[in-house]
Write a protein that binds this ligand. Structure first.
Ligand code: PGA
Length: 258
Protein backbone atom coordinates (compact mmCIF):
# COMPACT_ATOMS: atom_id res chain seq x y z
CA UNK A 1 0.00 0.00 0.00
CA UNK A 2 1.51 3.30 -1.07
CA UNK A 3 1.60 6.22 1.31
CA UNK A 4 0.63 9.54 -0.25
CA UNK A 5 3.67 11.67 -1.01
CA UNK A 6 3.04 13.80 2.08
CA UNK A 7 3.72 10.63 4.05
CA UNK A 8 7.25 10.33 2.66
CA UNK A 9 8.70 12.63 5.31
CA UNK A 10 10.73 11.03 8.12
CA UNK A 11 8.90 9.66 11.16
CA UNK A 12 10.01 10.51 14.70
CA UNK A 13 8.00 8.51 17.21
CA UNK A 14 8.45 8.63 20.97
CA UNK A 15 7.49 5.51 22.92
CA UNK A 16 7.13 6.52 26.56
CA UNK A 17 6.47 2.96 27.74
CA UNK A 18 5.31 2.73 31.42
CA UNK A 19 7.15 5.94 32.20
CA UNK A 20 6.26 9.64 32.56
CA UNK A 21 3.79 10.56 35.29
CA UNK A 22 0.90 12.97 34.91
CA UNK A 23 3.09 16.05 35.12
CA UNK A 24 5.61 15.00 32.52
CA UNK A 25 2.79 13.75 30.29
CA UNK A 26 1.53 17.30 29.91
CA UNK A 27 4.90 19.07 30.03
CA UNK A 28 6.51 17.01 27.26
CA UNK A 29 3.79 17.63 24.62
CA UNK A 30 3.71 21.32 25.52
CA UNK A 31 7.47 21.60 24.99
CA UNK A 32 7.39 19.60 21.76
CA UNK A 33 4.53 21.77 20.45
CA UNK A 34 6.37 24.98 21.24
CA UNK A 35 9.53 23.64 19.59
CA UNK A 36 7.61 22.73 16.42
CA UNK A 37 6.17 26.22 16.36
CA UNK A 38 9.60 27.50 15.46
CA UNK A 39 10.14 25.02 12.62
CA UNK A 40 9.03 25.71 9.09
CA UNK A 41 9.52 22.13 7.93
CA UNK A 42 8.86 19.26 10.25
CA UNK A 43 8.94 15.49 10.01
CA UNK A 44 6.00 13.34 11.09
CA UNK A 45 6.09 13.43 14.87
CA UNK A 46 4.17 11.11 17.17
CA UNK A 47 4.18 10.29 20.86
CA UNK A 48 2.93 7.16 22.56
CA UNK A 49 2.05 7.94 26.18
CA UNK A 50 0.57 5.42 28.59
CA UNK A 51 -3.16 4.92 27.89
CA UNK A 52 -3.91 7.00 30.99
CA UNK A 53 -2.14 10.07 29.69
CA UNK A 54 -3.20 10.05 26.06
CA UNK A 55 -6.02 12.49 26.72
CA UNK A 56 -3.86 14.80 28.88
CA UNK A 57 -1.21 14.79 26.16
CA UNK A 58 -3.87 15.60 23.56
CA UNK A 59 -5.10 18.54 25.58
CA UNK A 60 -1.56 19.78 26.20
CA UNK A 61 -0.89 19.75 22.44
CA UNK A 62 -3.77 22.17 21.90
CA UNK A 63 -3.93 23.17 18.24
CA UNK A 64 -0.60 21.54 17.36
CA UNK A 65 -1.92 18.99 14.91
CA UNK A 66 1.57 18.07 13.74
CA UNK A 67 2.12 15.88 16.78
CA UNK A 68 0.17 12.66 16.38
CA UNK A 69 -0.84 10.39 19.21
CA UNK A 70 -0.11 6.69 19.27
CA UNK A 71 -1.17 3.81 21.49
CA UNK A 72 1.59 1.58 22.81
CA UNK A 73 -0.47 -1.55 22.12
CA UNK A 74 -4.05 -2.64 21.46
CA UNK A 75 -6.17 -5.70 22.02
CA UNK A 76 -6.41 -8.53 19.50
CA UNK A 77 -10.18 -8.21 19.96
CA UNK A 78 -12.37 -5.48 18.53
CA UNK A 79 -14.66 -5.37 21.58
CA UNK A 80 -15.98 -7.48 24.42
CA UNK A 81 -15.53 -8.74 27.96
CA UNK A 82 -11.73 -8.60 28.11
CA UNK A 83 -10.83 -7.05 31.45
CA UNK A 84 -7.88 -4.69 31.32
CA UNK A 85 -7.68 -4.58 27.52
CA UNK A 86 -7.87 -1.47 25.35
CA UNK A 87 -9.26 -1.74 21.83
CA UNK A 88 -8.00 -0.07 18.69
CA UNK A 89 -11.39 1.66 18.40
CA UNK A 90 -11.00 3.17 21.87
CA UNK A 91 -7.58 4.50 20.88
CA UNK A 92 -9.10 6.03 17.80
CA UNK A 93 -11.89 7.60 19.89
CA UNK A 94 -9.43 9.18 22.32
CA UNK A 95 -7.57 10.80 19.42
CA UNK A 96 -4.83 8.35 18.37
CA UNK A 97 -3.83 8.02 14.73
CA UNK A 98 -1.29 5.25 15.23
CA UNK A 99 -0.67 2.23 17.42
CA UNK A 100 2.51 0.28 18.16
CA UNK A 101 2.01 -3.47 17.83
CA UNK A 102 4.43 -6.35 18.44
CA UNK A 103 6.95 -4.37 20.47
CA UNK A 104 9.63 -6.78 21.68
CA UNK A 105 8.70 -6.04 25.29
CA UNK A 106 5.20 -7.33 24.50
CA UNK A 107 6.56 -10.32 22.57
CA UNK A 108 9.05 -11.12 25.37
CA UNK A 109 7.15 -10.40 28.60
CA UNK A 110 3.62 -11.10 27.44
CA UNK A 111 4.40 -13.98 25.08
CA UNK A 112 2.83 -12.25 22.10
CA UNK A 113 3.08 -14.35 18.99
CA UNK A 114 3.28 -13.26 15.37
CA UNK A 115 -0.34 -14.40 14.97
CA UNK A 116 -1.42 -12.07 17.76
CA UNK A 117 0.55 -9.20 16.25
CA UNK A 118 -1.20 -9.82 12.92
CA UNK A 119 -4.60 -9.69 14.67
CA UNK A 120 -3.64 -6.40 16.28
CA UNK A 121 -2.57 -5.00 12.91
CA UNK A 122 -5.95 -6.00 11.51
CA UNK A 123 -7.89 -4.50 14.45
CA UNK A 124 -5.87 -1.28 14.02
CA UNK A 125 -6.71 -1.11 10.33
CA UNK A 126 -10.40 -1.76 10.97
CA UNK A 127 -10.38 1.10 13.50
CA UNK A 128 -8.72 3.49 11.05
CA UNK A 129 -5.36 3.54 12.84
CA UNK A 130 -1.92 3.18 11.28
CA UNK A 131 -0.15 0.26 12.95
CA UNK A 132 3.58 0.41 13.64
CA UNK A 133 4.69 -3.22 13.54
CA UNK A 134 7.88 -3.91 15.49
CA UNK A 135 10.29 -6.64 14.50
CA UNK A 136 13.81 -7.45 15.62
CA UNK A 137 16.19 -10.22 16.59
CA UNK A 138 17.69 -11.14 19.97
CA UNK A 139 21.43 -11.04 20.58
CA UNK A 140 21.60 -14.82 20.38
CA UNK A 141 19.87 -14.81 17.02
CA UNK A 142 22.26 -12.17 15.71
CA UNK A 143 25.36 -13.91 17.01
CA UNK A 144 24.30 -17.18 15.43
CA UNK A 145 23.86 -15.41 12.09
CA UNK A 146 20.10 -15.95 11.98
CA UNK A 147 19.03 -12.31 12.28
CA UNK A 148 17.93 -11.76 8.67
CA UNK A 149 15.87 -14.95 8.64
CA UNK A 150 14.29 -14.17 12.03
CA UNK A 151 13.14 -10.71 10.97
CA UNK A 152 11.96 -12.02 7.59
CA UNK A 153 9.84 -14.64 9.36
CA UNK A 154 8.38 -12.02 11.72
CA UNK A 155 7.38 -9.86 8.76
CA UNK A 156 5.86 -12.78 6.91
CA UNK A 157 3.87 -14.03 9.90
CA UNK A 158 2.92 -10.82 11.65
CA UNK A 159 2.19 -8.68 8.58
CA UNK A 160 1.88 -10.61 5.35
CA UNK A 161 0.20 -13.82 6.53
CA UNK A 162 -3.21 -12.17 6.29
CA UNK A 163 -2.53 -11.13 2.67
CA UNK A 164 -0.82 -7.93 1.67
CA UNK A 165 -2.32 -5.15 3.87
CA UNK A 166 -4.38 -2.70 1.83
CA UNK A 167 -4.05 0.15 4.33
CA UNK A 168 -0.97 2.10 5.42
CA UNK A 169 1.35 0.68 8.04
CA UNK A 170 4.88 1.28 9.31
CA UNK A 171 7.54 -1.23 10.27
CA UNK A 172 10.01 -0.57 13.09
CA UNK A 173 13.21 -2.61 13.10
CA UNK A 174 14.30 -2.77 16.72
CA UNK A 175 17.08 -5.23 17.54
CA UNK A 176 16.12 -6.51 21.00
CA UNK A 177 19.69 -6.20 22.28
CA UNK A 178 19.78 -2.49 21.38
CA UNK A 179 16.60 -1.51 23.25
CA UNK A 180 17.24 0.43 26.43
CA UNK A 181 20.80 -0.86 26.59
CA UNK A 182 22.70 2.11 25.19
CA UNK A 183 24.03 -0.24 22.48
CA UNK A 184 23.03 0.96 19.03
CA UNK A 185 23.33 -1.33 16.05
CA UNK A 186 26.19 -0.30 13.74
CA UNK A 187 25.24 1.75 10.71
CA UNK A 188 26.23 -1.22 8.53
CA UNK A 189 23.93 -3.54 10.53
CA UNK A 190 21.03 -1.11 10.20
CA UNK A 191 21.64 -0.60 6.49
CA UNK A 192 21.79 -4.33 5.83
CA UNK A 193 18.60 -5.08 7.76
CA UNK A 194 16.61 -2.21 6.27
CA UNK A 195 17.59 -3.34 2.78
CA UNK A 196 16.49 -6.84 3.63
CA UNK A 197 13.18 -5.68 5.10
CA UNK A 198 12.49 -3.54 2.03
CA UNK A 199 13.09 -6.50 -0.24
CA UNK A 200 10.84 -8.81 1.81
CA UNK A 201 8.09 -6.19 1.77
CA UNK A 202 8.46 -5.34 -1.90
CA UNK A 203 8.10 -8.97 -2.97
CA UNK A 204 4.82 -9.16 -1.14
CA UNK A 205 3.20 -5.75 -1.51
CA UNK A 206 2.10 -3.98 -4.64
CA UNK A 207 3.57 -0.61 -3.66
CA UNK A 208 7.20 -1.66 -4.01
CA UNK A 209 10.13 -1.41 -1.63
CA UNK A 210 9.84 2.30 -0.91
CA UNK A 211 6.15 2.35 -0.22
CA UNK A 212 6.28 1.25 3.39
CA UNK A 213 8.15 3.42 5.87
CA UNK A 214 10.69 1.39 7.87
CA UNK A 215 11.93 2.94 11.11
CA UNK A 216 14.92 2.02 13.24
CA UNK A 217 14.68 1.81 17.03
CA UNK A 218 17.12 0.93 19.77
CA UNK A 219 19.04 3.47 21.84
CA UNK A 220 18.42 6.31 19.41
CA UNK A 221 19.42 9.65 20.93
CA UNK A 222 20.25 13.17 19.84
CA UNK A 223 23.91 12.29 19.28
CA UNK A 224 23.31 9.41 16.86
CA UNK A 225 19.96 10.30 15.27
CA UNK A 226 21.40 12.25 12.38
CA UNK A 227 23.69 9.52 11.06
CA UNK A 228 20.96 6.90 11.45
CA UNK A 229 18.32 9.04 9.73
CA UNK A 230 20.65 9.69 6.80
CA UNK A 231 20.97 5.99 6.01
CA UNK A 232 19.36 4.71 2.86
CA UNK A 233 16.09 3.00 3.66
CA UNK A 234 15.71 4.48 7.16
CA UNK A 235 12.44 6.39 7.12
CA UNK A 236 12.43 7.42 10.75
CA UNK A 237 13.16 6.36 14.30
CA UNK A 238 11.22 4.89 17.21
CA UNK A 239 12.67 6.41 20.34
CA UNK A 240 12.26 5.10 23.88
CA UNK A 241 14.37 6.58 26.69
CA UNK A 242 15.38 9.72 24.81
CA UNK A 243 11.75 10.61 24.08
CA UNK A 244 11.22 11.36 27.79
CA UNK A 245 13.55 14.35 27.65
CA UNK A 246 12.08 17.22 25.65
CA UNK A 247 15.48 18.64 24.58
CA UNK A 248 16.74 15.23 23.38
CA UNK A 249 13.52 14.44 21.54
CA UNK A 250 13.39 17.88 19.91
CA UNK A 251 17.02 17.51 18.82
CA UNK A 252 16.07 14.22 17.15
CA UNK A 253 13.18 16.00 15.39
CA UNK A 254 15.69 18.60 14.14
CA UNK A 255 18.03 15.87 12.93
CA UNK A 256 15.24 14.59 10.70
CA UNK A 257 14.97 17.84 8.75
CA UNK A 258 18.68 18.71 8.51
P1 PGA B 1 15.16 2.86 23.57
O1 PGA B 1 13.78 2.10 23.26
O2 PGA B 1 15.25 4.04 22.65
O3 PGA B 1 15.07 3.24 25.02
O4 PGA B 1 16.27 1.87 23.31
C1 PGA B 1 13.29 1.99 21.95
C2 PGA B 1 12.00 1.24 21.93
O5 PGA B 1 11.81 0.30 22.71
O6 PGA B 1 11.09 1.56 21.13
Amino acid sequence: MLFPSSMQKKWIIGNWKMQAGALLATRLPTEIASFLNGLTVSPHVAIAPSYLWIDSARQALGDEARVLLAGQDCSVHAEGAFTGEVSANMLREIGCSLVIVGHSERRQYHRETDAMVLSKLQRAHEAGLIPIVCVGETLEERESGGHLAVVEAQIKHSILAGGSPQKPFLVAYEPVWAIGTGKTATLADILQMHKHIASVLSCATSGGANAIPVLYGGSVKASNANEILKLDGVDGVLVGGASLKADEFCAIISAAVE
